[in-house]
Design a protein around this ligand. Structure first.
Ligand code: F6R
Length: 334
């Protein structure tokens, strides 16, 4: 897992190149963009929703189901994303998208999705296999940006992608196993999460997907529970729920994912919320976004969580790689 993690800066460049290499043109005016996928593959869609949502004149949505919303049709650009190419919900949504005449692009390492798309004459972006989907966020996200750039829907992002890769290279030096605890934020977070229940808070519309990602990474890598929520919504409900039962609350450790570019009122909410929470939970920490472009800033919040979840797995004496429970469930459904 450490190899896959440390390869992310190079993966991002390769992923971008793979997307840019696709020959693509729109059959009809694109009125909405959708990513259909599950788990690690859907997170790529969420990153697109957050990043491109701020830039595109059309809505970007993520579908995590067998079926598609009614509005999907010839004016929908639909990325059918499945790392394995064999996820049944994604295959079902792909078939429905075909029936509805959507403009589909398949993003996968192979499997049934690639076979079906090639037979149907649907463009396919084939990304390298051999790592777990959750370690492939570059492959499952950046090609979708490249396609949108090629279609003229996004401004050129080549510079941002280059900065992203450079920024991740610098970050991996700080996060890698050889970097001692005192300078390694991921190790510090993992120690604070150990034998506790992680709670990760992000900001709506930006780090919300990162908070969800941290939760998934703790689940799948460390095989442990974790929970996430977003500002400002959590100030309207979850905040009230930190009074009882006291013993349980002392098991919680909260990490807030912050960006100085978050809405100023949200930044004020972070500070007040911390004060209100006081000593109710085991502890609270903050991770700050770094970097210039939005892509680098987004990943600067993701990368520490990826490493922290693997360090947490090691603290629990667990192999972060296999997700046997998911495999068993898929096998029982077959
Ligand atoms: C993440 C993981 C799962 C899969 C999900 C869908 O590492 O193993 O969340 O991503 O079961 O499978 P794919 O991505 O192959 O469509």
């Amino acid at each position: 897992m450490f190899d896959a993690l440390s390869g992310l800066p190079e993966q991002c460049i390769r992923a971008w190149e793979l997307g840019m290499a696709l020959t693509v043109s729109a059959r009809a005016e694109i009125r909405q963009v959708m990513v259909t996928g599950l788990g690690g593959s859907a997170i790529g869609g969420d990153l697109l929703r957050i990043f491109a949502g701020k830039r595109l004149p059309v809505p970007v949505t993520v579908n995590r189901d067998y079926v598609l919303p009614k509005f999907v049709g010839p004016q929908t650009l639909l990325f059918a994303t499945s790392y394995s190419g064999n996820t049944e919900e994604t295959l079902s949504a792909y078939r429905e998208a075909r029936e509805k005449g959507a403009q589909i692009i398949a993003l996968t390492t192979g499997g049934k999705l690639k076979a079906m798309a090639e037979k149907d004459g649907v463009p396919v972006i084939t990304v390298p296999g051999g790592i777990s989907p959750r370690a492939a966020t570059g492959y499952l996200f950046l090609p979708t940006l490249a396609v949108l750039q090629k279609l003229g829907l996004l401004e050129p992002l080549d510079e941002q992608v280059a900065e992203l890769s450079r920024h991740l290279q610098a970050m991996r030096e700080q996060l890698k196993p050889e970097t001692p605890l005192a300078e390694n934020r991921a190790k510090q977070v993992a120690i604070n999460f150990f034998q506790r229940i992680p709670v990760i808070w992000g900001a709506s519309g930006t780090s919300e997907v990162v908070a969800q990602r941290w939760k998934g990474q703790v689940n799948e890598n460390a095989k442990a529970p974790a929970y996430w929520n977003v500002f400002p919504e959590l100030n309207h409900n979850e905040l009230v729920g930190f009074q009882k039962p006291e013993e349980l609350l002392r098991q919680l450790y909260i990490v807030i994912l912050r960006d100085t570019q978050d809405h100023p009122r949200v930044q004020k909410r972070y500070a007040i919320t911390r004060e209100i929470m006081g000593g109710a939970v085991a502890g609270m920490d903050e991770i700050e976004a770094t970097g210039n472009g939005d892509l680098a800033r987004l990943y600067s919040l993701i990368y520490p969580g990826d490493y922290a979840s693997v360090y947490l797995a090691l603290l629990y004496g667990i192999d972060p790689g296999p997700v046997k429970v998911i495999d068993q469930l898929k096998a029982r459904l077959a």
